[in-house]
Design a protein around this ligand. Structure first.
Ligand code: GLU
Length: 675
């Protein structure tokens, strides 16, 4: 995947963010004229255009969101669509109401709790189970969109479908993101052949600049236009769908489709520094975990500690560990098992949990707390455990605001890129593999059960200030979603960044001790100091999430947006602002060099240019080595070697003085330090 920041530039980014002054309304960029008649922030320009046009023609935020979702099914068919599910968070200005349209996939009636286990009782390897018909949940997106329109929209389904049909028939230009994902998903697409015909015509992946035309999908959308959602939930599209699911190993039937129900839910609400943060309720773990992180972080002076500082990031990582431990233990489909929603966000509980964060060292012993003590509800009689974490997923999020002040924050998914890889033959849309969000091993609140919704991490969020709309935000990224959304909100409210800066600022993800993934742009010295505290950073950066957000300047009535550049994120206002994120340069992160250094089993992110070998002795740039080992320089002055004005220290000698056992793996060229 493309990396967003070249390392050489990253230090500049960090410095300028630190100096940024707090804007009057947080998140609002300086010197940009905002929109007043509506705005969208979407991960694909063609779908953004559809949303903007609906707003320009007088549609409301819900109409635009419906149009965007259907257009995304065509323009970004590998991320979301009528074969999947999602959560649409809606703020209705007039009624001062926030509601959720939950169109999450559900498990078919014939599933069993052990269906993802092999004969030996171990989980079927993820690679296998995520491309099986067994992983396909009963999809909800089409019904969700239709019900949202019926209840809160002003347009009807045929109207919002028209632009999507046109895109499917005329074609969408393949952008770098689509080309990249198709190339990377080749094996999955070839597995069941149908999808390969669309995305790998003549056996070759579609390349950037080619036109993706989808006649089968156009036919499907026209059937829905003419016959309504029943064409899928009780008609020929549904029949083809269940037939293909059964052919690929699943049990779904027409009865499952007919039984599907969209649920309207109450969101989770919590206060953070005087802002009301309103987010997704169970079956998502997103809202509770994200608000827990914010509340834990509220106990620190983050602005003073500074974005990107050791202190701030240490607190952030530790807060994440605490919140994610509770997520694993207590959060699942609330319609099946009660969730201690009040306890998890109770001020006394948060205070108690925050005490587990020490200043000096990473806490290696974090486990879930007991929020039931702070909750009036009833504890379920089921073990709490999360087993077999699956890899990070990617789907999509978009945000919309209309001229009346209504907001939509919508995270929508087919779970994995290209979902299960199963496309409905003759109907041209991909099916989800959402059931892999259940625990593969039975015995916990998130085990597979008929009619149940798998635990999600999706975190569509709306933030209000004194009852006025302020922010609509969300991200894809599986369990990393929660980290992306919480960090972007902290960047806006605590660090005073504009929404665009807040999105571009490097993020990190760590759900449990000690591993941390991170985006390019976090200062290497900071990483080394965090490693000295016990946080184990990956050797190289990666991309985390894809945030699209709208910010509303409630003082002036102007609307702004921020779009992530890990895709062609696009912000379009009806009367001002038109912006598409440019493809970021490939990162040139050269860990490499003549040798690697691993401390207690973890390779440290020293760069090639920071290492040298002189007379058979391995040296590392002095300040970097000492930061990473948490040592002062005094004791080692006499060992230093100066080359071109830079001091280097001999790794073995320094490490031994600090009490490490040092060994050299000649074949792997790794110096291993162990204590
Ligand atoms: N299946 C994931 C979840 O519900 C969503 C994947 C994503 O949006 O990145 O948490």
């Amino acid at each position: 995947m493309k990396k967003r920041t070249v390392l050489a530039l990253s230090f500049v980014v960090v410095c300028s963010l630190a100096q940024f002054a707090i804007a009057k309304v947080p998140g609002v960029p300086e010197g940009v004229d905002g929109a007043t008649k509506g705005i969208v922030a979407v991960s694909h320009p063609a779908a953004a255009q559809v949303g903007r046009d609906i707003l320009a023609k007088g549609g409301n935020a819900i109409d635009a969101a419906a149009g965007i979702q259907l257009a995304l099914n065509v323009a970004e068919p590998y991320m979301s669509g009528i074969g999947g599910g999602g959560f649409m968070l809606i703020y209705l200005k007039d009624q001062n109401k926030i509601t959720i349209i939950d169109s999450r996939e559900v498990a078919p009636a014939k599933v069993t709790a052990d269906m993802f286990l092999q004969a030996d009782g171990k989980p079927i390897p993820f690679e296998q189970r995520h491309t099986s018909g067994k992983a396909v949940g009963v999809p909800g997106t089409l019904l969700g969109v239709a019900e949202a329109l019926d209840d809160y929209g002003t347009w009807d389904l045929p109207q919002v479908l028209a632009p999507a049909i046109e895109l499917a028939e005329k074609g969408v230009r393949v952008n770098w993101v689509t080309a990249d994902y198709i190339a990377k998903s080749r094996d999955k697409l070839e597995k069941y052949a149908t999808a390969a015909k669309v995305f790998l015509p003549q056996g070759q992946p579609l390349a950037e600049g080619q036109i993706l035309v989808q006649p089968d999908l156009a036919k499907t959308l026209k059937l829905i236009r003419d016959k309504g959602p029943d064409a899928l939930y009780a008609g020929e599209i549904g029949q083809a769908l269940v037939q293909e699911v059964q052919r690929t190993g699943g049990t779904m039937t027409m009865d499952d489709l007919k039984a599907y129900q969209v649920k309207e839910r109450e969101p989770i609400r919590g206060m953070f520094r005087g802002y009301e943060v309103i987010s997704m309720a169970p079956p998502s773990s997103g809202g509770l975990t994200m608000i827990q992180i914010l509340k834990l972080m509220e106990g620190y002076n983050n602005q003073q500690d500074g974005f990107g500082s050791v202190t701030y990031l240490h607190h952030l990582i530790e807060a994440n560990h605490l919140a994610y431990a509770d997520r694993a233990a207590y959060m699942a489909d609330e319609d099946v098992y009660p969730v201690p929603k009040q306890g998890l966000l109770h001020d006394d509980y948060i205070k108690e949990r925050r005490k587990l964060i020490g200043e000096e060292k990473a806490n290696s012993q974090v486990t879930a707390g007991d929020p039931w003590r702070f909750d009036p509800g009833r504890k379920p009689e089921v073990a709490f455990k999360l087993i077999d974490n699956s890899p990070v997923k990617q789907t999509t999020h978009f945000s919309v605001m209309d001229k009346w002040g209504n907001l939509v924050s919508y995270t929508t998914t087919i779970e994995d890129v290209f979902g299960s890889g199963v496309m409905v033959p003759g109907y041209g849309f991909m099916l989800n593999n959402e059931l892999t969000d259940f625990d593969a091993v039975p015995g916990g609140v998130n085990q597979v059960e008929p009619g149940k919704r798998p635990r999600s991490s999706m975190t569509p969020t709306i933030v209000l200030k004194d009852g006025k709309p302020f922010l609509a935000i969300g991200s894809p990224g599986g369990s990393t979603i929660i980290a992306s959304v919480s960090q972007t909100i902290l960047n806006v409210i605590d660090h005073g960044m504009s929404i665009e800066e807040a999105i571009r600022a490097p993020r990190l993800f760590s759900s449990e001790y000690p591993h941390v993934s991170w985006e390019a742009g976090i200062d290497q010295d900071v990483i080394l100091q965090l490693m000295a505290k016990g946080h184990v950073f990956a050797e190289e950066p990666t991309d985390i999430g894809n945030v699209q957000a709208i910010v509303y300047d409630f003082e002036t009535g102007k609307m702004y947006g921020g779009a992530d550049n890990t895709r062609e994120g696009t912000v379009l206002g009806v009367d001002a602002i038109a912006y598409t994120a440019a493809e970021p340069p490939e990162v040139s992160y050269e860990a490499g060099g003549p040798f690697a250094i691993s401390v207690n089993g973890q390779t440290y992110p020293f760069l090639a240019e920071q290492k040298l070998v002189a007379k058979g002795i391995a040296y590392v740039q002095a300040d970097k080595l000492l930061l990473g080992l948490g040592a002062g320089s005094e004791d080692f002055r006499s060992d230093a070697l100066t080359v071109n004005g830079t001091e280097y220290l001999p790794v073995k000698k320094v490490a031994e003085k600090l009490g490490y056992a040092v060994s050299w793996d000649e074949r792997a060229r790794v110096i291993a330090l162990n204590k």
